[in-house]
Structures are given as structure tokens and as C-alpha cells.
Design a protein around this ligand. Sequence first.
Ligand code: THU
Length: 137
Amino acid sequence: MTPLPSQHEPLRQAADAARANAWAPYSRFHVGAALESDEGRMFVGCNVENASYPAGTCAERVALGAAIAAGARQFVRIVITTEAADPTPPCGICRQALVEFAPMLEIFAVSPDGRTARWSLAELLPVPFTPASLAHD
Ligand code: THU
């Protein structure tokens, strides 16, 4: 595992700050995410759980929603932080949500001791269903 490139350290710090605000009383698994747009803007999210468990949302999709609401449409990378000993990849639903806007997304996951994993979204979701899949004319 390579360390997080130093130029992405602000993303990790932003993801950690968001993680501190996670609402995860049920799983007690706190997640933070920081998404960088193609214009260099940064958007953060944390997981938001609910007493009605399926109503909960992952950190990555909270960050994506904030970004879309702010007008961003394309993204270059995301940094995800958790308290797990091993860096954790985004879940399948988040992969699908992200591929809509960022098929070339670079994904870093960082554990508390700095251990870092890196994937491309194409690697994690090799055969995506995309807007082009809907073409019917
Ligand atoms: N979670 C995320 O926020 N991102 C992921 O990619 C995986 C899972 C959250 C959902 C839930 O609140 C908790 O982690 C345990 O699954």
C-alpha cells in the first residue's frame, strides 16, 4: 500500500473532519469522505444512519449530493476515511452513484494509522450501468 500523496492531504483532513460528525449510533462505524471536482472544489460527507436502518446513507453519497447541489458535475478523486484497521473500499451502491459523474474517479481509502489503498472506480466497477445504457432511440 502506497501512502496518500501529500498533495491530497487536505482531502484526508476534510474527510476526517466530516467523519467526526458522522451519525452512526447503530453500526458505530464512522465514515468520512471528501470528493474533489474537476475544478478543484472539495465536498465532504459522513454517513447518516437512521433508526429505520435502510433510510441510512453512506458518506460517499452524502458528499456526492452536496457536490451536485452546489453545481459540480465532474470529479477526479475521493478520499474515504474510517476507523477500521484496514482501508475500506466504497460499497456497491456508492460505486454506482459515483460512476454516473466520474467514471475515471481515483479512490483513496485511508485508515487511522495512515495505511492507504488506491483503486480506480473502473477497477471496482468494471462493467457499469451508465446513462449511455439507457439510450433507446
Ligand atoms: N458506509 C459508508 O458510509 N460508506 C461505505 O462505503 C460503506 C459503509 C456506512 C454505512 C453505514 O452507516 C456504516 O458505514 C456501516 O455499514
